[in-house]
Design a protein around this ligand. Structure first.
Ligand SMILES: *[C@@H]1O[C@H](CO)[C@@H](O)[C@H](O)[C@H]1NC(C)=O
Ligand SMILES: *[C@@H]1O[C@H](CO)[C@@H](O)[C@H](O)[C@H]1NC(C)=O
Ligand SMILES: *[C@@H]1O[C@H](CO)[C@@H](O)[C@H](O)[C@H]1NC(C)=O
Length: 503
């Protein structure tokens, strides 16, 4: 590969090698830090990148500084940029999500020819990507919406890349994408083809939702250590360092250990000084909204979003704290080491539930939109490079390798056994926390999901009866599924079932 001008057998790839035109393998529009880093990453891997920014002076700045001494080519207009690209042309947009993407697409289309590829690597909403994919298909342009995760550092040295859209584009961008992506294990790239239309951005959205869940789960473990066991920050840091050597080995556990240890300029721990009111940019919320929209019980991410909302009511909580009491005689009297292991297992089991739910949402979206998704590949894409990267995701990949049609992660033998091994601890951690009055929205919702999923009979028969009682909504009998029955419960009900309203 080397300089991007030779193919893998070392032969000249292009007849116009020495032409002043057709010199770049790919173009990138949008020279904010992510864009710059992605360009430098591609350059490091031997690809010639053409850089463009709407504010043209940014191009000159970049060429004179960060890109100095590289093979990056600067362009001062979209026309110039397009003229420098090999065919099929490949153009990455890394601009603000929303109308800026549409603006650039409409300016680019007249300059492109059939088979050229536009890749949106921004944080676009998946429905926008689906729309763009369809609109551009009519113009014979291949659109790819790619999730990019890993922040500035990831973009520079190996992001997780989640491309989806027009599949004909994949063979053309695959060598570039897979070489710049993070690598795990024996060099497997954290980038593969996700699926059709907006699925790349959908998968990125679910990644972010899972990230909200993982973060909240760690917070609940921290809360239990701090307020049930009364541990100090250095001690908690040591525990997280130990956990990082178990099934929980992951980026978020690792940074949590580092955060707990961190001391401010005054020598005191920084963490307890930080205002406990969490902000959000909305991707967790969008995952929860999709879950509601497609009827999938992604309860843990929902609770993680709500936990941030509750935390942000700081002033109100400070007032409520003076008025509302917790349980009496709330003191822990068990074995500390044993309880720490209970917390660790509660975290692990809850995490399994969260990923189970996330993959349920992916599966339902695939059904909804007619996408073919490669679930094992998605797990591998998240295995490295991104915020939720962990050894655990390798286990999910293995589960889908064993059984590509796996309906639910909990039905895989590895995860079934893992949850079973945790369950006594999980229940103990939660009941102790509840007794002492510690909020654990994600630990508890995860356990409720597990208990709900494993029950063949739930009390929803009563819901059906209630609906029929007050609204004549009808129900089915266990013995006669498919037959809709209305009962005259009160003796003054009508015989007509309701179709005019639903409750
Ligand atoms: C141009 O570069 C600046 C950063 O230098 C960035 O904020 C902006 O999004 C870029 N815009 C476009 C459209 O290229
Ligand atoms: C966590 O584990 C990884 C290896 O899996 C290691 O690279 C990292 O340094 C560990 N972090 C901490 C804080 O122990
Ligand atoms: C409902 O039951 C009452 C009392 O048994 C009866 O008078 C009434 O006719 C029933 N209604 C219908 C629609 O069957």
């Amino acid at each position: 590969p080397g300089d991007g001008l030779l193919n893998y057998s070392g032969k000249c790839k292009h007849p116009c090698l020495f032409s002043p035109f057709f010199r770049a393998d790919i173009a990138l529009i949008g020279l904010a830090v992510m864009g710059q880093n992605l360009i430098l990453n591609m350059n490091d891997h031997g690809f010639v990148v053409c850089a463009f920014n709407r504010t043209v002076s940014k191009v000159d700045d970049f060429m004179a500084n960060e890109a100095k001494g590289t093979k990056v080519i600067g362009a001062h207009s979209l026309e110039e940029m397009v003229s420098k690209l090999k065919k099929p042309r490949k153009i990455i947009l890394l601009v603000k999500a929303g109308s800026a993407v549409d603006d650039f697409i409409s300016k680019l289309v007249p300059l492109l020819s059939a088979g050229d590829i536009i890749i949106d690597g921004g944080n676009s909403e998946y429905r926008d990507s689906t729309r763009r994919c369809k609109e551009l298909k009519e113009k014979d342009i291949l659109f790819v919406g790619s999730g990019v995760s890993g922040g500035e550092e990831g973009a520079r040295y190996g992001p997780s890349l989640m491309p989806g859209g027009a599949k004909e584009a994949w063979p053309h961008i695959k060598p570039i994408f897979q070489s710049i992506a993070a690598k795990v294990g024996t060099g497997e790239p954290c980038c593969d083809w996700v699926g059709d239309e907006g699925s790349g951005h959908f998968v990125k959205m679910v990644h972010n939702g899972i990230e909200y869940g993982d973060m909240q789960l760690i917070c609940e473990a921290y809360h239990l250590m701090k307020d049930v066991l009364g541990m100090d920050h250095d001690e908690m840091a040591t525990v997280f360092e130990q956990w990082n050597k178990t099934e929980l080995d992951s980026f978020l556990i690792e940074i949590t250990a580092n955060i707990l240890k961190y001391r401010d300029a005054d020598g005191k721990h920084l963490l307890p000084k930080i205002r406990d009111s969490a902000w959000q940019k909305g991707t967790g919320k969008w995952t929860a909204i999709s879950a509601l929209e497609y009827g999938v019980p992604v309860t843990l991410i929902g609770e993680a979003v709500f936990a941030r909302c509750l935390s942000s009511l700081k002033d109100e909580r400070v007032k409520a704290c003076k008025l509302l009491s917790g349980p009496n005689a709330a003191k822990f009297s068990g074995n500390k080491a044993a309880f720490l292991e209970d917390i660790r297992k509660a975290l692990y089991a809850s995490k399994i539930i969260s990923y189970t739910q996330g993959f349920m949402l992916l599966r339902q979206a695939a059904k909804e939109f007619g996408w073919t998704l490669n679930y094992g590949a998605i797990a591998l894409m998240w295995r490295g490079g991104c915020i939720i990267r962990s050894v655990f995701l390798g286990k999910i990949k293995e589960a889908f390798d064993r059984s590509p049609d796996l309906q639910n992660l909990l039905l895989d033998n590895f995860f079934k056994t893992a949850v079973e091994n945790c369950q006594e601890s999980w229940r103990r951690a939660i009941s102790t926390g509840v007794q002492i009055g510690i909020p654990m929205p994600c630990f508890t919702t995860a356990l409720s999901f597990y208990d709900g999923y494993r029950h063949d009979t739930l009390p929803a028969n009563l819901i059906q009866a209630q609906r029929d009682y007050f609204g004549a909504h009808t129900y089915e009998l266990l013995s006669k599924p498919g037959e809709f029955i209305h009962t005259n419960w009160t003796g003054h009900g009508g015989s007509v079932s309701s179709s005019s309203y639903n409750a």
